[in-house]
Design a protein around this ligand. Structure first.
Ligand code: SAM
Length: 285
């Protein structure tokens, strides 16, 4: 391991790598690179300890975070990158990683992390903005939860939606789903100027760790939150009516059984109330 660490440290700088391989950013693939190894190390540090863990890194690009994860001792990093232009630069890291780096070229949305990576697993990524939220929802609604930690960079607004508390502007479906299975925290913000090229908005890194007993019926919870927050200005007795009809339950009985005020709006309900709504809907059908 010590030798691979020296070898990785001796690689050309990330800026030199981008230049040498002519890796201009493709906006359609959400490419905004982190070329400062102090910053990629700060992100990788959130995933400590890494020794003994397999790490899925989505969208490694030129490999700044990949290098940091290997330098911090990850047992195995599987780097899943859609854009084939990055493969040679990533292979240069792989050549010095003594088998600890595997490169998978393709769409991470179609990649089965649970099947392809040995447990225990972490997912660490500076996510492409266009598909980041979809990936997060896939991971938190997976049954069973197959990851031990998520360390993810999002645009700041998405990060705020993950950690939001009731009665605050960002509270909604994403907060309820994520907080039903994991403890969620916003670790630090990253200004747009830290990326090459800079995106239009600032970013932030969030850390999710599975709860001891994650809520299990994410499917029903997903339906309830979709209906409730799909019409977030409306009282629940309005927004949940058609879901109640679809499940053939009497709306008033359902809400009463869950201990939820029919006149409440979704943004004031705690996560536990949505879980109760999901459980009650399930048990009355
Ligand atoms: N991790 C690199 C960094 O921090 O410098 C690059 C991050 S950049 C925000 C997002 C990366 O995800 C790009 O390299 C892009 O090509 C890749 N990407 C975009 N969509 C993807 C997908 N569906 N599957 C895998 N990689 C994807």
């Amino acid at each position: 391991m010590d030798k691979t660490i020296d070898d990785i440290r001796d690689l050309p700088s990330l800026s030199e790598t981008v230049k040498a391989h002519d890796l201009g950013a493709n906006k359609k693939l959400g490419q905004h690179f982190l070329l400062d190894m102090n910053l990629t190390d700060k992100i990788a540090r959130l995933a400590d300890p890494l020794s003994g863990y397999s790490v899925a890194e989505i969208g490694p690009g030129p490999g700044g975070l990949t290098r940091a994860l290997l330098l911090r001792g990850a047992e195995k990093v599987v780097a899943i990158e859609m854009d084939e232009r990055f493969i040679p630069a990533l292979a240069e890291i792989g050549d010095r990683a003594d088998g600890r780096l595997e490169i998978a070229q393709g769409d991470a949305l179609c990649y089965n992390i649970a099947e392809n990576l040995a447990a225990p697993r972490k997912i660490v990524a500076n996510l492409p903005y266009n598909v980041g939220t979809k990936m997060l929802i896939d991971w938190v609604t997976a049954s069973p939860i197959f990851w031990d930690q998520l360390v993810l960079m999002f645009q700041l607004e998405v990060a705020e939606r993950v950690v939001a508390q009731p009665s605050t502007p960002h509270y909604g479906r994403l907060a309820v789903l994520c907080q039903s299975v994991a403890s969620c925290r916003l670790a630090f913000e990253v200004p747009a100027r830290a990326f090459t090229p800079p995106p239009k908005v600032d970013s932030a890194v969030v850390v999710l760790e599975p709860l001891e007993t994650p809520f299990s019926d994410l499917k029903t919870l997903g339906r309830v939150t979709q209906s409730a927050f799909g019409q977030r200005r409306k009282m629940l007795r309005r927004s949940l009516r058609s879901l109640a009809e679809q499940h053939d339950v009497v709306l008033e009985d359902w809400l009463e059984g869950a201990g939820v005020n029919p006149q409440a709006r979704p943004e004031i309900l705690p996560v536990s109330a949505f879980q109760k709504l999901a459980q009650t809907l399930k048990s009355t059908t």
